[in-house]
Ligand binder design. Structure first.
Ligand code: HEC
Ligand code: HEC
Length: 296
């Protein structure tokens, strides 16, 4: 907002208060030519309800003056006007920081206690699991779903099938530092027919419907182009997040079309790092929570 409009708003605020004061003074004054105080004004309702000319009760008037005084002191104490920080020096940023400090003071000791407990042990601690679940719903659910069941492109964290390793320390490493998966696109290297063959080979590995002759052709292509990352038996390599292609768990979809899409265009799943954002103590609790999920 430009300062011109801020000044306009300031003037409107102050003029309202002054205007309010004079308005009250004005209506409280007797008007010339009016009937005397306590006398009927001549207005009659329902045949026998007569209006008398009485002033507003004093306490009622004072209420108005008090509200104006309240507004004036509020404007003086708090940063209500443009470029004026208020006598109290209050700011919303300070208030927020205060709340964060209070929360850290209150919960910090709990988290630092948790952080001294080994992950495996912490995963069995009911209190820690509850805290972990709340953190998960706040920071992780938008990608992994609130029950950690995942969705296409976002791995299920409850199934004990791991892209990057399922040891408690692997999981903590994943959350702390993030993970970047790179599956190259093969569309410009392999012909569509060849990609079809290798897809049939992959389907054959988990015992799904496939063309046997095509799968045999695909096996040779796989050995040449894919085994380096997915290993010769296609069971995957957790050091680089290359998934096991011989099981029934799929990150990007199990259908032949989705598999062909993965091979043709490549995939690059990114798990963001949380070390600086959440701090190690919270990550520790989260890692224990995620580790515990697949052990249930
Ligand atoms: C912006 C989306 C996003 C957010 C937020 C996110 N993740 Fe992830 N996470 C991913 C993706 C994508 C992957 C898979 C990366 C890949 O393709 O290898 C992943 C992978 C993981 C893995 C490894 C799974 C495996 O099979 O090895 C763990 C563990 C994990 N996330 C936990 C968490 C936790 C805990 C949080 C909350 C602090 C979180 N993630 C927040 C997107 C996200
Ligand atoms: C440089 C290493 C590398 C090579 C080479 C590679 N891949 Fe991958 N592949 C990956 C990684 C890493 C992922 C996981 C991508 C992600 O999580 O986003 C992946 C994912 C996939 C997927 C998806 C799996 C799922 O669960 O949805 C398929 C299918 C696949 N690769 C097939 C192949 C085939 C076929 C080849 C050979 C033509 C190949 N890959 C070569 C690293 C590689």
């Amino acid at each position: 907002m430009s300062s011109f409009w801020s000044i306009v708003v300031d003037i409107v605020i102050l003029a309202n208060m002054v205007g309010g004061y004079f308005l009250i003074r004005w209506v409280a004054k007797p008007v010339k030519g009016e009937t005397k105080e306590g006398e009927p004004t001549g207005h009659v309702w329902d045949g026998d309800l007569t209006e008398l000319n009485n002033p507003m009760p004093r306490w009622w008037l004072f209420m108005f003056y008090i509200t104006i005084m309240f507004a004036l002191s509020y404007v003086a104490l708090y940063p209500a006007l443009n470029n004026y920080s208020g006598l109290l020096g209050w700011t919303s940023a300070k208030e927020y920081q205060q709340e964060v400090d209070n929360a850290n003071e209150k919960y910090g000791p709990i988290f630092s206690q948790f952080s001294k407990t080994p992950l495996e042990e912490l995963s069995k601690d009911e209190h820690a699991q509850k805290v972990g679940q709340r953190l998960f719903v706040t920071y992780c659910a938008q990608c992994h779903a609130s029950d950690a069941g995942g969705s296409r492109g976002f791995p299920n964290l409850t199934d004990n099938d791991w892209l990057w390793g399922g040891k408690a320390s692997d999981i903590k490493q994943t959350i702390m530092h993030g993970r970047n998966a790179t599956m190259p696109a093969w569309g410009s290297v392999l012909k569509p027919l060849q990609i079809g063959y290798v897809a049939d080979y992959i389907l054959s590995l988990s015992g799904r419907e496939h063309k046997a002759t095509d799968a045999t052709r695909g096996k040779a292509i796989f050995a040449n182009y894919c085994a380096a990352c997915h290993t010769a038996d296609a069971t995957g390599n957790q050091a680089m997040g290359a998934p096991n292609l011989a099981d029934r768990v799929w990150l990007y979809g199990a259908s032949r079309n989705k598999i062909i899409e993965s091979i043709t265009h490549g995939r690059s799943g990114k798990m963001p790092p949380h070390k600086t954002f959440l701090g190690e103590d919270k990550v520790h609790v989260l890692a224990a929570y995620v580790y515990g999920l697949s052990k249930k």
